[in-house]
Design a protein around this ligand. Structure first.
Ligand code: NAG
Ligand code: NAG
Ligand code: NAG
Length: 473
């Protein structure tokens, strides 16, 4: 059995040593760590040795089956080499280390030594500019193979999403966006074998967020602005000059003011803290250390309408800006929220500006069976004659696809018609008039009676009235 295994090894070894003429090719950049892993047979007792260039050159490292290891004392190699089993590891590879490496295994069990050759080929990867990029900056990436090879390797760049991008002679150029932040890869293909060389591209940009936000006095307000935290870490140590929020107010149905008010500025000393410039009751997000620069408030206010600008100014003068427009949804009741039974009422649900075409409006009348509205989606509702069923809370919501953006509420109260009051007034005044008439009539009669008595008194003024017969004589 043992002899069978041994002879199999010998066969493999013979095959390998004759076929192993083809180099194993490794592409590497200066500074990378390269591990050369040979695949020799596995005889019991053996001795392995690594050479550079040719077998006559001094060795780089060696190992034996008893666990002994040595590393070259050559100053050009010593610091960079180590042995892991049979494998040779070159850490932080330098210019002088590119070339051919020969692995040789000798064993009394093998008829002839086993050889395997490796070739480490230098790949130059450069990124211009090498520093942090801002959106719209131009990026150029080159990936070139340092030596002439019989079969020219093909070179292809992959972007941060792993998609192939135009590459000509190892060169790729483009203008970056936030999406380009991440690991790009140069893929070198030689002899149908791919090798990937990663490059880290840093683009400072805000995380994707809606540029339009809606709020109302009955819903919350959040103004998003955040930077991916891994980029933020670098930005903090980078040359930031200023981070601030500005507000450009907008009147209802009016244009956005050009005069900005500074709301907050970030104090860049550790720990990062916001300094409040204008108090609008907005609170910065607590996790500013992770690059979250957002502002929030529990409830919106009518004067929140306007544009909010979050900006980062770099020492070179470049500015990274994000503008969020805030619209405040309101329900306007005309002539008012208190109405008389039977009156005409118009309810408008509006932000003061036309809604984008993908934003839908939806009305929710008070939950009463008697209330029905013709159109739940029009901005204006006209109720020709309000009934008592129309009193209560009317809600209007804004929707975008399946997301509720905000909602506004108005409370209508309906009072009994003033007709009744008028009737009361008329009845009362009629009563008063009747009473007055009666009083007047009575007093007139009284007076007349009194005058009659008075007249009679005047006709007979004597103390002892004469008998009637007095006049006849
Ligand atoms: C050390 O290694 C370098 C590079 O391989 C070689 O050129 C040089 O001759 C070696 N020096 C000695 C003393 O072997
Ligand atoms: C930033 O903070 C706000 C408020 O605390 C939060 O709603 C939001 O999800 C945060 N954003 C990120 C990207 O963490
Ligand atoms: C309601 O709207 C209609 C038509 O738009 C208008 O004629 C009417 O005067 C409005 N009524 C009130 C009370 O605003």
């Amino acid at each position: 059995m043992k002899s069978l295994i041994q002879s199999t090894f010998i066969l493999i070894a013979v095959l390998a040593s004759t076929m192993g003429a083809e180099d194993v090719i490794r592409f590497a950049q200066v500074g990378e760590t390269v591990k050369l892993v040979p695949q020799p047979p596995n005889p019991q007792r053996h001795y392995v040795i690594w050479h550079f260039h040719d077998l006559n050159s001094p060795y780089l490292g060696s190992a034996n089956s008893f666990g002994g290891k040595t590393i070259s004392e050559n100053e050009s190699w010593k610091k960079w080499l180590s042995m892991e089993g049979y494998s040779l590891v070159i850490s932080n590879i330098q210019e002088a280390h590119f070339g051919k490496f020969i692995f040789k295994m000798t064993s009394s069990d093998l008829q002839s030594p086993f050889f395997q050759t490796f070739r480490i080929i230098k790949v130059d990867v450069t990124m211009k500019p090498p520093s942090l990029l801002l959106p719209e900056d131009s990026l150029s990436l080159t990936c070139t193979v340092g030596v002439q090879m019989p079969n020219k390797p093909s070179i292809q760049w992959l972007n941060a999403q792993g998609q192939k991008v135009t590459t000509r002679n190892g060169l790729h150029t483009s203008r970056v966006t936030g999406q380009d932040n991440g690991q790009w890869t140069c893929v070198v293909t030689s002899n149908n074998k791919e090798q990937k060389i990663p490059v880290s591209v840093k683009v400072a940009d805000f995380s994707p967020a809606p540029s339009h936000k809606y709020t109302s006095t009955s819903s919350s307000l959040s103004i998003p602005c955040s930077i991916l935290s891994n980029i933020w870490e670098q930005l903090k140590t980078k040359d930031i000059e200023e981070v601030k929020w500005d507000f450009f107010p907008q009147a209802f149905s009016g244009p956005v003011s050009r005069d900005g008010q500074k709301l907050f500025s970030l104090s860049l000393e550790d720990p990062l803290t916001w300094k409040k410039d204008q108090n609008r009751g907005l609170s910065p997000a607590p996790d500013v250390k992770n690059g979250n620069l957002s502002l929030t408030r529990i409830r919106g206010k009518e004067n929140d309408r306007g544009s909010y600008e979050c900006s980062i100014k770099f020492k070179g003068g470049k500015i990274l800006k994000r503008t969020v427009h805030v619209d405040v949804l309101q329900i306007i009741a005309s002539p008012g929220t208190e109405m008389i039974l039977g009156q005409m009422v118009n309810l408008s649900c509006t932000t003061g500006s036309p809604l984008p075409s993908d934003v839908q409006l939806k009305w929710f009348p008070p939950e009463k069976p008697s209330v029905s509205i013709p159109d739940h989606h029009s901005a204006r509702l006209t109720i020709p004659e309000v009934g008592s069923g129309h009193s209560g809370k009317w809600r209007c919501e804004l929707w975008q696809s399946n997301i509720r953006l905000t909602s506004a509420v108005v409370k209508l109260s309906i009072v009994e018609p003033k007709m009744n009051v008028w009737m009361v007034v008329i009845i009362c005044s009629t009563a008063v008039i009747i009473i007055l008439l009666v009083v007047v009539a009575v007093s007139i009669r009284r007076r007349r009676q009194r005058r009659m008595r008075h007249l009679r008194h005047q006709v007979c003024q004597c103390k002892n009235p004469k008998p009637k017969g007095f006049y006849r004589t």
